[in-house]
Design a protein around this ligand. Structure first.
Ligand code: UGA
Length: 442
């Protein structure tokens, strides 16, 4: 048996750190590389630089095996790996909707310049279709290894909050390859998962790149579809929660990602649908994805509608109104506030003159860095104390399970906007709360 391939992971954000830890957990020798010495130092000493349930303990366990190491040096990466996973970020460009590919280009370039023998570079980042082909040409040109250095694309579908589970038990694996050898290498690396029955789709790199943006576009569309229905329900006096429930019994539709509310945010869905539109325009097929503009707009309208509901409960005027904003993260079980609908609503309320106190079980520190002007409480009780209106923005279990009676004792007025349709409306109304939710009758 030839020795198992040695793996490097470039970039140690959510994606890269999870990939590195999980690969070491599966038994591979792994070297993770990042240009940020602070991140590398934290990870090497067993501390995760972000919140992700389960990954913290798995990091400590895998470090103890000696199979997981860290470095800031691309020379180490080039010398170490047979398979190099590139997991760097592709944020939205400033001033345009297109993806900013500078980190991806830099990572592939730094590796290619240094690698001298046979190796496989595997892109995992979410990129515009065509990036892999462009990078393959660049790498061939600049690497001393020449044709011995190959490139593949293997998109990642993990969700924050479920990163470990999604990596070790993904719904599917997609290999975008141009040679039988590249496919064989990826099959070796993912052998433990394939043995557990995870399906593999082998495709060309362009299809693999597109699978990722298509999946995120579909998910965003599903969320905006139900939120568009919420808008209609609001005008018609109907109830979108019951509508969603009735739709979900149709197997062809299904109930997942059909939860009405404040909509999607985070570091992926919003920027991915925008970058997809920008790329489609370059390819001359913008009409095919014009609907993604509507998906984006429906999503953003939910934020101003939530502000409207808070204003309505505050008798039409937000100036000087004390609002408890429950949640800042873009979703529960995450400390990520990138493009977070919750924090955006808190900001909009503040701009209208409300005195906003934010509490999030994990994201207060990140939120404070993003919006230092808002006030932050260190507990749910402190946030709601004396509030004129409470608004639920991120459906953390702590908020969903809070007792309306206990909370009612602390607030100035029992008035709540449920921005995630996550609370038990009957319980709240029985405890004397005025309850409003997006897409549901008053
Ligand atoms: C998303 C995808 O789900 C992953 O498959 C993908 O790998 C990832 O982006 C990525 O591209 O890296 P993530 O951003 O972690 O994962 O979060 P999701 O669980 O998809 O939630 C996205 C947003 O949609 C959240 O703000 C959530 O509150 C919102 N959402 C979700 C709804 O408003 N309604 C729903 O029914 C479901």
């Amino acid at each position: 048996m030839p020795p198992a391939p040695r793996i490097t992971v470039i970039g140690t954000g959510y994606l890269g750190a999870t990939q590195a830890v999980c690969m070491a957990h599966l038994g591979f020798e792994v070297l993770a590389v990042d240009v940020d010495p602070g991140k590398i130092e934290a990870l090497a000493s067993g501390r995760l630089p972000f919140y992700e349930p389960g990954l913290d303990t798995l990091l400590v366990d895998t470090l103890a095996t000696g199979r997981l190491r860290f470095s800031t040096d691309f020379d180490d990466a080039a010398a170490f790996g047979d398979v190099h996973f590139v997991c760097v970020g592709t944020p939205q460009s400033s001033g345009s909707d297109a993806a900013d590919l500078r980190y991806v280009d830099a990572a592939f370039g730094e590796l290619a310049r240094r690698i001298t023998g046979r190796a496989l570079l595997v892109g995992k980042s979410t990129v515009p279709v065509g990036t892999a082909d462009r990078l393959a040409a660049m790498v061939r040109e600049m690497s001393p290894a020449g044709d011995a250095l190959e490139l593949a694309w293997n998109p990642e579908f993990l969700r924050e909050g479920y990163a470990v589970d999604d990596t070790l038990r993904p719904d599917r694996l997609v290999f975008g390859v141009t040679s039988a050898w590249a496919e064989r290498m990826l099959r070796e690396v993912f052998a433990p998962l394939v043995a557990d029955g995870v399906p593999v789709v082998v495709a060309d790199p362009a299809t693999a790149e597109l699978v990722k943006v298509a999946a995120n576009s579909f998910l965003a569309t599903k969320i905006s579809f139900i939120n568009a229905m919420a808008e209609v329900c609001e005008a018609a006096g109907a109830d979108v929660s019951l509508l969603a429930k009735a739709l979900s019994y149709d197997d062809r539709i299904g109930g997942r990602f059909l939860k009405p509310g404040l909509g999607f945010g985070g570091g992926c869905l919003p920027k991915d649908i925008r970058a997809f539109r920008a790329r489609a325009e370059e390819l001359g097929v913008s009409a095919a994805v014009t609907f993604l503009h509507e998906v984006d707009q429906i999503n953003l309208r939910r934020r101003s509608r939530t502000v409207d509901l808070v204003r309505e409960l505050a008798d039409g005027e937000l100036q000087g109104v004390r609002v408890a904003a429950l949640g800042a993260a873009f979703k529960p079980d995450s400390d990520d506030v990138r493009d977070a609908p919750a924090l955006d609503v808190a900001r909009l309320l503040y701009l209208e003159g409300a005195s906003v106190v934010v509490y999030d079980p994990q994201a207060n520190a990140n939120a404070h860095r993003a919006y230092p002007d808002l006030d932050y409480a260190s507990s749910l009780a402190e946030a709601v104390n004396g509030a004129d209106v409470v608004v639920l923005l991120t459906e953390w279990a702590e908020f969903v399970s809070a007792d309306p009676e206990d909370m009612g004792v602390l607030v100035a007025h029992r008035r709540i906007v449920d921005g995630r349709s996550a609370l038990d409306v009957e319980n709240y109304r029985a405890a004397g709360w005025e309850y409003r939710a997006l897409g549901r009758p008053a």
